[in-house]
Ligand binder design. Structure first.
Ligand code: GDP
Ligand code: IMO
Ligand code: MG
Length: 428
């Protein structure tokens, strides 16, 4: 009985949802601790596809509770839509709760996100336009609206009025757009609060009691380390801390409680949205990987940029997260690509070879990635279920990653379906 944290190590979409789903079958709690409905976590159960945005992917299998903790930013309309979708497929959702402390994504956050991106004309971040950044800004500026406020109409009205004073001035005077109406927003959000009132609860005491009682608790990260507000490719990042460290502030649990730190990486790299991507394959091979790997955003449908695996950035991600168990997904997508390349170093503009990630995002555009070539394999590996079912060159690929990072790969994923896994060590 222990705690498990699943985080992304690249630019998101590593297959965290699939791994969380697998682990959640034995979990008493599954907890989202950051991000919001910018996430898109896909789980295949047989032929049936589920895409979770705000709900923890554990909702499908967890027999205990699913918690959206204080660090998440919640769009209540998205929440209700997702709950309805899941229920329409015959699944129960009465085990899903939201922290009273979680901040609410308001209509003005979504508009701000959208208007700002539109205004940038070529330098945009490429956000999901879900209002994530503006909602976290208000949280930090101490003017945010929290889930608990939806249950107190008087406070809610006061906060909406205060917020709209400033936001409407911005909409009208700076963006030259229509202002928003206090009454309309107030009525809508009082009603949303009433619809959700039985699910809005305190979560931190229950979680800490569960840790003390030795329950299995799974923390599900959204986004990934290279999109981290501090350690990613700033400013082309999201507005939260999708790291294992983010769990403590985002769920109210102490660092000493976190035991199994599971980092998920694809066998190659993808990125959706703008920003540097040193190993990007902006060519036919990149297109082939996009096609075979179905690399299109689960939230926005945008084509994902594709490229080789980058061990320099992966090492950075494992260091910040303290990863002690690796998961490599989508190894099956590399079948037939020969040779394969993996980034081991960057060459700086003055010819120096470095193997650490830089804080200077602009420099990344000038660094030349230095590759190690590996032979590759032709076999279809989607039916492999034990490590020895893999071709020798697929094993060499995995072992090259392990040796470089000094961390064991405990699970290799060879297809999107929940059972397409090679599990090398049972974690619980
Ligand atoms: P997440 O955001 O990290 O949960 O990942 P997404 O769900 O956005 O994107 C991962 C995509 O890859 C989804 O469509 C998954 O169904 C799919 N997937 C996950 N693992 C594998 C795998 O091992 N092989 C293949 N071919 N697809 C996978
Ligand atoms: P999951 O959980 C991939 C990217 C956006 C954009 C940047 C900022 O499915 O891995 P935001 O809307 O968060 O302000 O956008 O972050 N992004 C993701 N990319 N997967 C995600 O989530 C992402 N969530 C945000 O494309 O570049
Ligand atoms: Mg995703």
């Amino acid at each position: 009985m222990s705690t498990f944290v699943v985080v992304g190590l690249q630019y998101g979409d590593e297959g965290k949802g699939k791994i969380t789903d697998v682990l959640s079958a034995k979990s008493d709690f599954v907890v989202r601790f950051q991000g919001g409905d910018n996430a898109g976590h896909t789980v295949y159960v047989g032929e049936e596809k589920f895409v979770l945005h705000l709900l923890p992917s554990g909702v499908l299998q967890c027999k205990g509770k699913c918690i959206i903790a204080n660090g998440v930013v919640v769009n209540p309309k998205s929440f209700i839509k997702e709950i309805n979708q899941i229920e329409s497929k015959g699944l129960k959702t009465d085990h899903v709760f939201i922290s009273k402390r979680a901040h609410v994504i308001m209509p003005y956050h979504i508009l701000l996100d959208t208007y700002r991106e539109e205004e940038k004309g070529g330098t945009e971040i490429g956000t999901t336009k879900k209002g994530i950044g503006p909602c976290y800004e208000d949280k930090i500026a101490r003017v945010g609206i929290r889930m608990v406020d939806l249950l107190n109409p008087e406070i809610l009205r006061e906060k909406i009025e205060k917020n709209l004073k400033l936001k409407n001035a911005l909409f009208e005077k700076y963006f030259e757009k229509e202002p928003l109406d206090v009454d309309a927003i107030y009525n809508e959000f009082v009603s949303l609060g009433q619809q959700l009132k039985d699910r809005i609860v305190d979560t931190e005491v229950e979680l800490n009691d569960a840790i003390k009682a030795g329950k299995n608790i799974l923390f599900e990260g959204a986004q990934a380390l290279m999109l981290d507000i501090d350690f990613g490719t700033y400013p082309f990042v999201t507005s939260s801390s999708p790291s294992t460290g983010g769990v403590c502030a985002g769920a109210g649990v102490p660092p000493t409680a976190l035991k199994n730190l599971i980092g998920v990486s694809k066998a190659y790299t993808t990125r959706v949205g703008n920003g540097p991507f040193p190993s990007e394959l902006d060519n036919e091979l990149g297109e082939q990987i996009r096609k075979v790997g179905h690399e299109f955003g689960a939230t926005t449908g945008r084509p994902r940029r594709t490229g080789w695996l980058d061990l320099v950035s992966l090492k950075h991600a494992c260091m910040i997260n303290g990863i002690n168990n690796l998961v490599i997904t989508k190894l099956d997508v590399l079948s037939g690509i020969k040779p394969l390349k993996i980034v081991t170093h960057y060459k700086t503009e003055d010819g120096k070879l470095i193997d650490y990630f830089t804080s200077s995002t602009t420099k990344l555009y000038d660094y030349e990635p230095i590759y190690q070539e590996l032979e590759g394999w032709d076999e279809d590996i989607t039916k492999a279920r034990s490590y020895d079912d893999l071709p020798i060159n697929a094993k060499k690929y995995i072992e090259f990653i392990e040796k470089y990072l000094g961390i064991n790969v405990y699970l290799v994923s060879v297809g999107p379906e929940r059972t397409q896994n090679i599990i090398r060590k049972e974690l619980f």
